[in-house]
Design a protein around this ligand. Structure first.
Ligand code: ADP
Length: 996
C-alpha cells in the first residue's frame, strides 16, 4: 500500500497510537524528526503545535498536512512513527515493511542554529538530563538571562518539553548561543558519562533483560495510584515539580535543584557513600518523585547513565519473610530474567556504577535502620531488612547508586553516616500549586475558581503546599466551592471533606444528605478504621483478604475508594490510598469505636506502642500470610508503630474531637463518651506542653529567658490548632514565660506558621520569635500576621520570602507596638520592598533593628531606606551585608545617618562600596554621636577611602571598631590608637581594627 493511502486508511489507528496515552510525547517526537528532516517548516510546526489545543486536534492537523504534502512526506512520517512508538503501542497498526528507516540528516547545514534543527531529536534526548547545566552555561556566557531560564524551566513542562523550549530559545538568540549549547553538550558527553557505554558491550541476554525491566518499570510508573478508578491520569500529565533543597549548604548551586541532581554529584557531602536520601513529610511527594524518576528512566528520558534501575517499595518488602540473597531480591522483587540469570547478575556485580536502586518509604519498614549485622557476600542469604541496610551502607554491592526516601522522623544519625547527601522535598511552591490545580482540571474555569477560592483562604492555601492535600482539595472542588464561609481551615477539615466526598459519591446509599452522611456509613468507617488502626499498631500498610475479613471490611467498603488493590501481588492485597488516609481512619476508629479503652488516647499522645492497648486481633502482626515461626520472629523485632504515624493520628484525633465537629458524631456515639475522650485529649496536650516548658533552662543573670523548641513541640502546637478552641490555646500558652522562642531548622512551612500563629496569639508577654532557616515563604508570612502583636522581634533569615510577603508583614508590623526588630538575611528581597521599610522607619520612632543582609537591594533601595532613616531617631542596628548598594547607596545612607544619635551598628559588608562611598561614610564616623561599629569588609575601598575614614576617626570618640579588609593594598601608615592585625594565612591581606 502506498504511504499516502496508508495514512488515510489507518487514520483512526494512527491517531490512537499517537494520542491514547494522553501524553503529547509521541506526537512531539514525531514532529522533532519531521522538522529535523526538513519535512516540516517552522511555520507548519507552529500550525500543528497550538498551545492549549487538544492533543487529538494537533495530531489530526499533522495528518491532514502530510496527506496534502504527498507520498514522500507520508512515507517519512510512517518511518518516524515506527521509530517513536514502542511495540506495545503499535497494536492495531502494522508499520512493518511500509516505511524506510530514518537516518540523521547529514550536516550540510550552513549555520550552527541550523544544526540545532537537523539534530533536534538527539539533542532533545541529550538535553533532558542536563537542562540546568545547559542553562547555567548559557547564563555564564551571557547568552541567557534569568528570565530566559524561567521560560525554559516552566514547571508545567515535562523535561523533554523543557529541552525543546530550550532549543527554540537558543535558536532565536542566534549562532553564538547555539555554539555555547553545542559545546556544552559535547563537553558533557566527553567528560560526564561514567558509563563509557560506547565501549561497553553487555551480553545479549543482559540487553533483553534491560528491555524487560524497563517495560515493567514503565508499566508500574505511568499512572498515579491516587488517580485510580474512574479518574485515570498519566504521570506525564499530572506530574508537577516539587521544591527540592539540599540539606547541606552547597556553594556550587546556582539554579534550583532538579530531579536529575538527586542522583548527580552536586551537593555530595560524603564521597565514600553511594546512598542519597530524599526526605519529606507524609504527602510531600516522595513516592511520586521516585515514580517520576522511574518513568523517565524507562522512557529513556533521564538517568541514562544507568543501564538498570531496580525500584523497591519498603512497605512491600515488609511482607517478605524468607531469607534471600541479593540476586533473589533483585530478580524476585523487580523483574525475573527469562534466561542466563547468572550471567546477568555477574554483569551487574562487575558494573555496579551502571546500576541504580531506589527504596521508597524506609520509614515504613518494620525494622529501624541498624548497621550491626554486616554482610558483604552477594550470594549469602539474609533477612530482607539486613540486605537492605547493607546495601544502603555499601558493604554489599559497593558502587551501586541508591536513592532512599523517608519521613524525616525516621532518619537517625546512624543512617546519616552512610549518606552521600540528603535532599529535602518541600512540597509544591505557590506556582506549583497553581500548576497542579490547572493540570488536575480539564476545565480551565473550574481550575480558576478553585485557585480563586484558595486565595481567599490562605490557611487552606498553606495546606496545599503539601501535594496530597492539594490533590484532596482538587478532588473535592465541588464541596470546596460549595461551602462558602465554612471552607476548611485545618488538616482534619480537609480529610473530613474527602471522607464525605467518597462516601457520598461512591456509596450505594445515595440518601446521604445533611449531617447524616457519617451515621449512614458508620459501619464502613469503623471497618476501615479498625483495619487502619491495627495496621498502624503493627507497622502494616498492606493488607491481605484475611486481614480485611478480620476487620469486617466488605466488597462494598472497598468500593468506596479508600482502599486500592495492589497490582503486582499474586493474591489480592490492598493498601490505603495514602498513609495519611490510613492514619485518618485510625483516628476515626479511636474517636468512634466503642472498643477503645481508657488508656488508648493517653498512650497515643505519649507515643507508646499501640499493640499494648489490648486491641490487637489475632491475625495482625505480620502483613501477609507467613508461618507461625516467621510471625514470632517479626514480633520480636522493632514492630512498634513509627512516631510519625502516631503523631499524625494524634493530630487527627485532636481535630475530630474538637467542639466544632461534635455535631457530626450525633447518633454515631454517645455524647458522654465523646466528651470524655475530648477531655482526655485536652489533658494530654496540656501535660505535653508543661513538659516542654519545664525543660526551659533558667537564664544566666542578665540574659533573656530563651526556649529552643524540642522535637514534638511543633506537633503539640499543631494538635492545639486542630482543636480550634481558643480556650485550650489560651490555657496552654498562659503558663509559658519566655523572652525568646527559637524554632530554627524545624522544617516550618506555611502549615506550621498557621498553627504557631494561632497558638502564640495567646501569649501573655511578648517574645522574640526566631524562625531562621525554615520554609516560611510568603504564604507562611501571611499566616504569621495574627501573632505579630506578641512578637517584639522576628527573625526570618533564609526563608524564601519575597517583596510580596514583606509588604504584608510590614503593613501589619507598623500597627503592632511591641514589634521592634526584624532580621531577613538571605531572602528574595529587592528594591521593591524598601519603600515599606522606609515607611516603617518614618512611622515608628521606637523601631530598633533592621537586618536585610544577602538580598537584592541596590542603590535605589538604599536611597529609599535613607528617606526613612532621615526621619527616624530610634534605629540602632542596620544590616545590609551582601547587597549591591554601591557608592551611590552608601552616599545616600551616609547623608541620612550623618548626625544620627541612635545608630550603634552599621554593616555594609560586600556591597561594592568604593572610595567615594567610604568618604561619605566617614561623615557618619565624624559626626554621629552614637555609632560604635562600622563593618566595611569585602568592598573595593582604596587607600584614599581608608584615609578619609582615619581622618574622620580623629574627631570621634564613640567608634569602637571599623572593619575593613583590603586584599590588594595593605595599608602601612601608622596612626594614633590604631591597631593593625595581619592575617597569617595570606600575607597580602590585612585586617584592620581601629580601637579607641
Ligand atoms: P509521600 O510519598 O511523600 O507520602 P506521595 O508521593 O505518595 O507522597 O504523594 C501523595 C499524593 O500527592 C500523590 O498520590 C499525588 O496525588 C500527589 N502528588 C505528590 N507529588 C506530586 C507531584 N510531584 N505531582 C503531582 N501530584 C503529586
Amino acid at each position: 500500500m502506498f504511504a499516502q493511502e496508508f495514512v488515510l486508511k489507518q487514520r483512526t489507528e494512527i491517531l490512537h497510537a499517537l494520542c491514547s496515552s494522553g501524553s503529547a510525547e509521541h506526537l512531539e517526537r514525531v514532529l522533532d524528526i519531521l522538522l529535523a528532516q526538513g519535512e516540516l517548516t517552522w511555520e507548519d510546526y507552529q500550525n500543528i503545535q497550538v498551545p492549549g489545543r487538544p492533543l487529538f486536534t494537533n495530531a489530526r492537523q499533522l495528518l491532514d498536512l502530510l496527506y496534502t504534502k504527498g507520498l514522500d512526506s507520508c512515507g517519512l512520517f510512517l518511518a518516524a512513527l515506527k521509530q517513536v512508538l514502542p511495540e506495545a503501542q503499535e497494536t492495531g497498526l502494522s508499520l512493518s515493511g511500509c516505511s524506510p528507516n530514518i537516518k540523521e540528516k547529514e550536516a550540510q547545514s550552513t549555520s550552527t542554529t541550523q544544526m540545532l534543527l537537523t539534530q533536534r531529536p538527539s539533542l532533545v534526548s541529550k538535553l533532558q538530563s542536563c537542562i540546568n547545566g545547559a542553562l547555567q552555561a548559557l547564563v555564564v556566557e551571557g547568552q541567557f538571562t534569568s528570565r530566559d531560564c524561567d521560560e525554559v524551566r516552566r514547571p508545567i513542562h515535562t523535561p523533554s518539553q523543557q529541552a525543546r523550549c530550550l532549543l527554540d530559545h537558543v535558536s532565536s538568540k542566534g549562532d553564538l548561543a547555539a555554539k555555547v549549547l553545542l559545546n556544552y553538550i559535547q563537553q558533557k558527553q566527553e567528560s560526564g558519562s561514567p558509563v563509557n557505554q560506547k565501549n561497553l558491550t553487555p551480553p545479549k541476554e543482559f540487553l533483553k533483560y534491560q528491555k524487560k525491566l524497563s517495560s515493567s518499570v514503565s508499566a508500574q510508573s505511568c499512572f498515579l495510584s491516587t488517580y485510580g478508578g474512574t479518574s485515570h491520569m498519566s504521570l506525564d500529565d499530572i506530574y508537577t515539580e516539587g521544591q527540592l533543597e539540599l540539606a547541606h549548604k552547597c556553594t556550587d548551586l546556582h539554579t534550583p535543584l532538579g530531579l536529575e541532581d538527586i542522583v548527580g554529584t552536586l551537593g555530595t557531602v560524603n564521597k565514600e557513600a553511594d546512598t542519597v536520601l530524599v526526605s519529606g513529610e507524609a504527602g510531600s511527594g516522595k513516592s511520586t518523585l521516585l515514580q517520576r524518576l522511574h518513568l523517565l528512566w524507562a522512557q529513556g528520558a533521564a538517568l541514562q547513565d544507568f543501564l538498570l534501575l531496580f525500584p523497591f517499595s519498603c512497605r512491600k518488602l515488609n511482607s517478605e519473610h524468607k531469607e534471600l540473597s541479593v540476586q533473589e531480591l533483585l530478580f524476585q522483587h523487580c523483574c525475573w530474567p527469562d534466561r542466563e540469570q547468572e550471567q546477568i547478575f555477574q554483569f551487574i556485580l562487575d558494573h555496579p556504577h551502571l546500576i541504580l536502586f531506589t527504596f521508597d518509604g524506609l520509614d515504613e519498614l518494620k525494622q529501624s535502620f541498624s548497621d550491626e549485622h554486616r554482610l558483604c557476600c552477594p550470594t549469602q542469604h539474609a533477612p530482607v531488612h539486613t540486605l537492605l541496610f547493607n546495601l544502603i551502607q555499601g558493604s554489599l554491592m559497593k558502587g551501586v547508586q541508591k536513592v532512599v526516601t523517608s519521613r524525616p522522623e525516621a532518619v537517625g544519625p546512624l543512617l546519616k553516616k552512610h549518606l552521600s547527601k540528603e535532599v529535602l522535598l518541600k512540597g509544591f511552591s505557590p506556582s506549583g500549586i497553581d500548576c497542579f490545580v490547572r493540570k488536575h482540571h480539564n476545565d480551565s474555569t473550574v481550575a480558576a475558581k478553585v485557585l480563586e477560592s484558595l486565595q481567599t483562604n490562605t490557611a487552606l492555601l498553606g495546606l496545599c503546599h503539601n501535594p496530597v492535600l492539594c490533590w484532596i482539595v482538587s478532588q473535592c472542588h465541588k464541596e470546596l466551592l460549595g461551602c462558602g464561609e465554612g471552607s476548611p481551615q485545618t488538616i482534619t477539615d480537609v480529610y473530613l471533606m474527602i471522607l464525605q466526598h467518597f462516601l457520598q459519591h461512591k456509596s450505594l446509599s445515595k440518601s446521604t444528605i445533611g449531617l447524616g452522611w457519617l451515621h449512614e456509613n458508620l459501619k464502613t468507617v469503623l471497618h476501615l478504621g479498625q483495619l487502619a488502626f491495627e495496621g498502624i499498631g503493627s507497622t502494616c500498610y498492606i493488607f491481605s483478604g484475611i486481614e480485611l475479613d478480620a476487620c469486617g471490611v466488605t466488597e462494598q467498603d472497598i468500593c468506596i475508594g479508600f482502599l486500592i488493590q495492589i497490582k503486582d501481588t499474586s493474591s489480592a492485597h490492598y493498601e490505603f490510598l495514602h498513609v495519611t488516609i490510613q492514619c485518618f481512619f485510625a483516628a476515626l476508629y479511636i474517636v468512634l469505636s466503642g472498643n477503645i479503652d481508657g488508656p488508648t488516647i493517653p498512650k497515643l499522645f505519649e507515643m507508646q506502642d499501640m499493640r499494648e492497648t489490648g486491641l490487637s486481633t489475632s491475625c495482625f502482626g505480620a502483613c501477609l500470610p507467613s508461618t507461625d515461626q516467621q510471625k514470632q520472629d517479626v514480633v520480636g523485632e522493632d514492630t512498634a508503630a513509627k512516631t510519625s504515624d502516631l503523631q499524625m493520628i494524634a493530630t487527627f484525633v485532636s481535630g475530630l474531637l474538637s467542639q466544632r465537629h461534635r455535631s457530626l458524631w450525633l447518633h454515631c456515639c454517645p455524647s458522654a463518651v465523646m466528651e470524655k475522650k475530648a477531655r482526655q485529649v485536652v489533658r494530654c496536650l496540656s501535660k505535653g506542653m508543661q513538659k516542654h516548658f519545664k525543660s526551659i533552662p533558667q537564664p544566666v543573670e542578665g540574659e533573656a529567658k530563651s526556649m529552643h523548641a524540642m522535637p514534638g513541640f511543633l506537633w503539640l502546637i499543631k494538635c492545639i490548632y486542630e482543636m480550634q478552641e481558643s480556650r485550650i490555646a489560651n490555657n496552654a500558652m498562659s503558663k509559658l514565660e519566655i523572652d525568646h522562642l527559637k524554632l530554627t531548622y524545624c522544617n516550618i512551612g506555611p502549615v506550621e506558621c498557621t498553627a504557631l500563629s494561632y497558638v502564640l496569639q495567646h501569649l501573655r508577654t511578648p517574645v522574640g520569635l526566631q524562625l531562621d532557616n525554615n520554609s516560611v515563604g510568603d504564604v507562611g508570612v501571611e499566616q504569621l500576621l495574627p501573632c505579630m502583636h506578641v512578637c517584639n522581634s522576628l527573625h526570618l533569615r533564609n526563608n524564601n520570602i519575597t517583596d510580596e510577603g514583606i509588604r504584608k508583614l510590614i503593613a501589619k508590623g507598623i500597627q503592632c507596638d511591641n514589634f521592634r526588630k526584624i532580621a531577613l538575611f538571605n531572602n528574595k528581597l529587592t528594591d521593591a520592598c524598601t519603600q515599606q521599610f522606609s515607611h516603617l522607619l518614618k512611622t515608628r520612632q521606637d523601631f530598633l533593628s533592621l537586618r536585610l543582609g544577602n538580598n537584592n537591594i541596590t542603590a535605589e533601595g538604599a536611597k529609599q531606606l535613607a528617606e526613612g532613616l532621615k526621619f527616624n531617631h530610634s534605629l540602632q542596628y542596620l544590616g545590609l551585608w551582601g547587597n549591591k548598594i554601591g557608592d551611590a547607596g552608601a552616599e545616600a545612607l551616609a547623608s541620612a545617618l550623618e548626625y544620627s544619635k541612635s545608630l550603634v551598628w552599621l554593616s555594609l559588608v560586600g556591597n561594592g562600596v568604593g572610595t567615594a562611598g567610604a568618604c561619605a561614610l566617614a561623615k557618619i564616623v565624624k559626626n554621629s554621636t552614637s555609632l560604635e561599629h562600622l563593618w566595611l569588609t569585602e568592598n573595593c575601598i582604596t587607600r584614599a577611602g581608608v584615609e578619609c575614614l582615619i581622618q574622620a576617626l580623629q574627631h570621634n570618640t564613640h567608634v569602637k571598631s571599623i572593619w575593613y579588609v583590603s586584599y590588594t593594598e595593605p595599608y602601612t601608615g601608622k596612626h594614633k590608637g590604631c591597631h593593625c592585625f595581619s592575617c597569617d594565612s595570606n600575607p597580602t591581606c590585612s585586617w584592620w581594627l581601629f580601637a579607641f
